[in-house]
Design a protein around this ligand. Structure first.
Ligand SMILES: C[C@H](N)C(=O)N[C@@H](Cc1c[nH]cn1)C(=O)O
Ligand SMILES: [Zn+2]
Ligand SMILES: [Zn+2]
Length: 489
């Protein structure tokens, strides 16, 4: 149950919910898509807007330049700056660092959105818009929580730091280098790192996340020449790049979803009896999850198999083909250059560079058997490690307590099939505790045409973060007492 202080904060948050939603609307309106080069300036604008908001809270904000990167067919492109901010430097208080991103996945109304993706629209208690849940809503919920303490003139019981980036959806380009560089400075007094950029496993039951998969993204280019060709003039007499590419893509997974690349499963940890029990014990509504996807049948029928194939086995997904005609109607053309894009979600113990080599060798082997004169080029634009945390860390205890206070129930302890590229890097380099505390529900449709966050989750999420500050401070006080007692004894 909540204390007087918590009730005061919750009341403030409830009363100001429409203002919090208005700010989310302003943020969603910025098309901060980090994938399409033409929108890069909007990402930078979004980072600046976030920096302004943090300055309004009284934080010291540094905008760190990340330089530029090279994309195929595009001159080098400036990366948006990274926000490093801090609020409070009391040596008696623990320091909590929040990581989030304000860039989004691409979205166009024509993709099949019922509402304009960049106009936050409330329908039946849900706030629809690109970035509503991934990740502008949760970043703002953290900011709203801080604002609530400030507005009520309450002492924030923790020191706060913020790392907010604009390139997460493109693989957090440039961030790892800064984490290494700032390890002895920005991170030196950080006690805990919190990320809220994934979803619950259920539409209603809150969750705490202790693992994510990694990802290696591949680009496979097949080219026959410089120009597209008339399929009447050349069809039947050339090796078509698209035919080669489709054959390559078709060789990657079988009909049961098993990855066909030799060696891919070699390093996947074998399944122990203890771990099996863990999946059996999880509350997971398979029908609800299926309904959320809009797909009638999954590859597996039991909850245990589904969870294991999302969390502890790798998966391969084909994302798209660049250069192929994709508009409505028929264009009778043979595209000269096509680029297939796919990625492998990696699980603990798999190695990125081994995975890259296995895939490249396999594609070259498959291609060579086709006797095609076309040129094949395979590249790896993005890769990210899987992440696993220790749930016995005090940070998880604080979060469990905060969840119980705000949602009135214990969280489901989950892993996640998706990837936060920087999570494992934070853990490896800074050696601090990293925790994922999602506020989005399983039906939030991240990356999809109906992305949303519910008003309820956005507002309760704001309360959750405010309560987390209090719980971390309480726990930290206790921990310090314990360690003081230990040293005096
Ligand atoms: C979970 C997070 N909100 C997210 O969507 N992350 C992306 C990051 C990524 C991985 N490869 C390329 N980008 C994801 O999991 O797709
Ligand atoms: Zn995200
Ligand atoms: Zn995302």
């Amino acid at each position: 149950s909540s204390s007087g202080l918590e009730n005061q904060i919750f009341q403030y948050i409830d009363l100001h919910q429409n203002e919090f939603i208005q700010t989310l609307k302003e943020w969603v309106a910025v098309e901060s898509d980090s994938i399409q080069p033409a929108l890069r300036q909007k990402v930078t604008r979004m980072v600046e807007l976030t920096a302004d908001r943090l300055r309004d809270l009284g934080a010291t904000v540094e905008l760190v330049k990340l330089g530029s990167h090279k994309l195929p067919d595009v001159q080098s492109l400036l990366l948006p700056p990274l926000i490093l901010a801090e609020l409070g430097k009391d040596p008696q208080k623990p320091t909590v660092c929040f990581y989030g991103h304000v860039d989004v996945q691409p979205a166009k109304k024509e993709d099949g959105w019922k509402t304009d993706p960049y106009t936050l629209t409330e329908i039946d208690g849900n706030l629809y818009g690109r970035g509503a849940t991934d990740n502008k809503g949760p970043v703002l919920a953290w900011i709203n929580a801080v604002e609530s303490f400030k507005a009520l003139k309450l002492d924030i019981p923790v020191n706060l730091k913020f790392i907010i980036e604009g390139m997460e959806e493109a693989g957090s380009l440039g961030l790892e280098e800064i984490v290494k560089k700032e390890n002895q400075r920005f991170f030196s007094d950080v006690d805990y790192i919190v990320i809220s950029d994934n979803l619950w496993l259920s539409n209603r039951k809150p969750a705490l996340t202790y693992g994510t998969r990694g990802n290696i993204c591949f680009s496979v280019e097949v080219r026959c020449g410089e120009r597209d060709l008339h399929s009447g003039s050349f069809g039947g007499i050339i090796h078509e790049p698209m035919t080669d590419l489709i054959a390559l893509l078709d060789s990657l997974v079988d009909t049961s979803g098993r990855i066909l690349i030799p060696g891919v499963y070699d390093d996947v940890a074998s399944l122990m009896e203890e771990e099996k029990k863990l999946y059996e014990a999880i509350e997971f509504d398979l029908e609800e999850y299926k309904n959320n996807s809009g797909v009638k049948k999954f590859l597996y029928d039991t909850k245990e198999e589904i969870l294991m194939h999302l969390w502890r086995y790798p998966s391969l997904s084909i994302h798209g083909i660049e250069g192929a005609f994709h508009e409505p109607g028929i264009k009778t053309v043979i595209p000269a250059r096509v680029i297939g894009k796919f990625s492998i979600r990696q699980v603990p113990h798999m190695n990125i560079s081994i995975g890259e080599h296995q895939v490249i060798k396999y594609l070259q082997d498959v291609f060579s058997k086709r006797n095609s004169p076309n040129k094949l080029k395979v590249s790896v634009p993005i890769s990210a490690m899987p992440w696993v945390a220790d749930i016995n860390d005090p940070l998880y205890t604080a979060a469990r307590r905060a969840i119980k206070t705000v949602f009135g129930q214990d969280p489901e302890m989950i892993r996640d099939g998706s990837t936060i590229p920087i999570a494992q890097t934070f853990q490896n380099i800074t050696r601090k505790s990293v925790m994922m505390l999602p506020i989005g529900a399983a039906d939030d449709a991240e990356h999809s045409q109906k992305e949303k966050i519910s008003r309820h989750n956005y507002i309760q999420g704001t309360k959750l973060f405010a309560t987390l500050f209090l719980e971390i401070a309480k726990l930290h006080g206790q921990l310090q007492e314990v360690s003081n007692t230990t040293t005096t004894n």
